[in-house]
Design a protein around this ligand. Structure first.
Ligand code: URA
Length: 225
């Protein structure tokens, strides 16, 4: 009899030496299975490995690392999400950056979103150490050279009236520490960094550390708009 089991459960059984794939005993968790072709058995009984796609929006709090595991055993974004499925973050936010993160088990979806061709806009709210000067705002919007490569055009505004230390910046690239590097290029120290939107998504209804599954419409909006 076939029964559906989650990928993560298969990994536990693999460690217990109970799994065969196409009749061969497997000892390595994370072993890649093609559910359409491979015959997976547990204790000699054929099982169907679930391929359910999962898409999650998380409000990342400060002091959490945005990877699946950490060699220093710090808390990761995956630890915040108490589901059994094996998921991973789409891109990264720095340890001290807060805000919107996506997590999934769908590699194609993640690759699409991270490909520069897709140009998904992300908005960051940045608190900087001194008021942003107009000449720097213009330069940052037009693109500046960082690590030998010019940044793509950005949109900058000031969400609070008469407060030029609180800056909203929208970019579609996702280079490592890009927003911090852009402001630090002109000597502004970034005190706080928060990602408030990703495509059409925002954090409405979520508290720091909170998460929910995306709807099918939301998933589609990210990869087709
Ligand atoms: N840019 C940064 O510098 N840090 C982040 O976490 C995200 C964007």
């Amino acid at each position: 009899m076939h029964s559906d089991i989650a990928r993560r459960t298969v990994d536990e059984y693999i460690l217990q030496g109970r799994v065969t794939i196409n009749g061969i005993s497997i000892s390595e968790p994370g072993f890649k299975v093609n559910p359409a072709k491979d015959k997976v058995s547990v204790d000699g009984v054929p099982v169907k490995v679930s391929t359910k796609k999962i898409y999650i929006i998380l409000y990342k709090p400060e002091g959490v690392i945005s990877s699946v595991s950490d060699e220093k055993h710090r808390k990761t974004v995956v630890d915040l999400i108490n589901i059994r499925d094996r998921i991973f973050p789409v891109g990264r936010l720095d340890y001290d950056t807060t805000g919107l993160m996506l997590l999934t088990n769908d590699g194609d979806f993640a690759n699409k979103l991270m490909h520069p061709k897709f140009r998904v806009n992300k908005t960051y709210i940045v608190s900087i150490s001194r008021p942003l000067e107009e000449r720097h705002k213009v330069k940052l919007e037009n693109g500046i050279r960082i690590e030998g490569r010019k940044t793509s055009p950005a949109k900058i505004s000031f969400p609070k009236r008469n407060d030029f230390t609180n800056v909203s910046i929208t970019i579609h690239e996702g280079r490592n520490r890009q927003v911090r590097n852009m402001f630090e290029h002109y000597g502004y120290f970034v005190r706080k960094l928060h990602r408030s939107t990703y495509g059409k998504l925002d954090l409405s209804g979520l508290k720091p550390g909170g998460w929910r599954f995306l709807t099918a419409v939301e998933v589609k909006s990210l990869i087709t708009d």
